[in-house]
Write a protein that binds this ligand. Structure first.
Ligand SMILES: [Zn+2]
Length: 247
């Protein structure tokens, strides 16, 4: 898909992509499920991964549970994005969310990633190159579990936020207590211990304490806070959680 995208002129790619989406919407159409990101109705979610996570991925736009959850939280709490003309830092940008942030009137948007090919700006979250009090909103999803010094990254998010700003942070929370061992560098051992060969820890709900240590007032939002059971099931949301971190 990436090669085709690079070879085709942009208008042609946009038309081809829109046509592909239309076909997907027809093929997968149904009333059981709904994706808040692409607003499609369909019969079933796709599984994802080698040892597949079942019912994870929207068959139309490819959104995962975490993005659909962030999407509905942003729908329910639009004030999180700040006032008029918000300045937004989006770490490891996901395409659909980047488009959403860029649609906000007057928004100044920066997408940044450690890998230069994945965003307009190269940035290490442990040493953010922007001055203090720069951003109204920071979005960082499923990044910190890859970062050797996640406490430094959290302090950096706090530093670059304006007073009253919000960092929306998501990490996989899948153990009771955060577990890490910096001496483990072998990818196979990381896979065994942390569940992925480029993860450096597993998080528990106590990640909220780390965020508080960085200076934030932290609110944990769960699926049940945003949607009733039936609605959550329709959107393919499970036991999602995210951290709203206020400066
Ligand atoms: Zn979708």
């Amino acid at each position: 898909m990436g090669i085709i995208r690079r070879c085709l002129p942009r208008p042609m790619w946009n038309s081809a992509f829109a046509a592909l989406r239309f076909v997907r919407r027809c093929v997968h159409f149904g009333f059981a499920l709904y994706c808040p990101v692409c607003r499609a109705r369909f019969r079933r979610l796709r599984s994802f991964g080698v040892s597949p996570r079942m019912n994870a991925c929207c068959p139309i736009c490819g959104s995962f549970e975490r993005m659909r959850f962030a999407w509905v939280v942003l729908d329910a709490r639009p004030e999180l994005l700040g006032g008029p003309n918000p300045k937004i830092l989006h770490v490891a940008p996901e395409q659909m969310l980047a488009a959403r942030f860029n649609r906000i009137a007057g928004a100044e948007y920066i997408g940044a990633d450690l890998e230069p090919s994945r965003a307009a700006v190269r940035m290490d979250v442990q040493r953010i190159q922007y001055p203090d009090d720069t951003f109204d909103f920071v979005y960082c999803s499923h990044v910190l579990e890859h970062v050797p010094d996640d406490r430094a990254a959290m302090r950096e998010f706090h530093r670059v936020l304006k007073l009253g700003g919000t960092a929306m942070i998501m990490v996989p929370v899948n153990v009771k207590q955060t577990f890490e061992d910096p001496s483990v560098t072998d990818p196979a051992e990381r896979l065994r211990l942390f569940g992925q060969d480029d993860h450096v820890r597993k998080y528990g709900p106590d990640v909220a304490d780390r965020l508080r240590d960085a200076g934030f007032a932290v609110e944990t939002v769960h699926t049940a806070d945003i949607a009733d059971e039936k609605t959550a099931r329709r959107m393919g949301l499970k036991n999602e959680s995210l951290f709203l971190c206020k400066k």
